[in-house]
Design a protein around this ligand. Structure first.
Ligand code: SME
Length: 137
């Protein structure tokens, strides 16, 4: 059985590495389904602290991905009405669900201060990251 501290330390490293190495990744974090509740809870992250540590299913980009089980690329956050702003510097966002045994158990969430920076390469790369993360959970 893996300890939550060990897993969180590894996820923290993943967040910091991605933020440092990818120029257009300005905030990188993991949200996880909170037990039996219809909500997401913030896990390890790198970047500015956020007030949104709990997000109900359906709310914001993250809450929508919890329900849709699909990648959500937002080139311009201003064009989204179901969006939760964490920082005024954020211009775009990508959220990719994290599957364990075919079940959506959380997601990686990335904010960028650049407008429209995310391509299909980011989607494929973050899907790969999540597959690797799923192995250590
Ligand atoms: N913008 C997200 C909320 C989480 S912050 O980006 C860290 C959303 O709309 O769900």
């Amino acid at each position: 059985l893996k300890s939550k501290n060990d897993v969180d330390a590894k996820l923290q490293e993943v967040c910091e590495l991605l933020k440092k190495e990818v120029t257009h990744y300005d905030w990188v974090g993991f949200y996880f389904k909170n037990g039996d509740k219809e909500e997401l809870k913030l896990g390890p992250y790198a970047g500015a602290p956020t007030d949104h540590t709990v997000i109900p299913f359906g709310k914001g980009i993250c809450g929508q991905v919890a329900v849709s089980n699909q990648n959500f690329v937002v080139p311009d956050v201003k064009a989204q009405d179901n969006y939760i702003a964490c920082s005024i510097t954020v211009k775009s966002e990508i959220v990719v669900p994290l599957f364990v045994n075919g079940k959506n158990i959380g997601q990686i969430d990335i904010d960028s201060n650049t407008l429209d920076p995310f391509t299909e390469d980011d989607e494929r790369f973050l899907e790969f990251v999540n597959c690797e993360v799923a192995k250590i959970l």
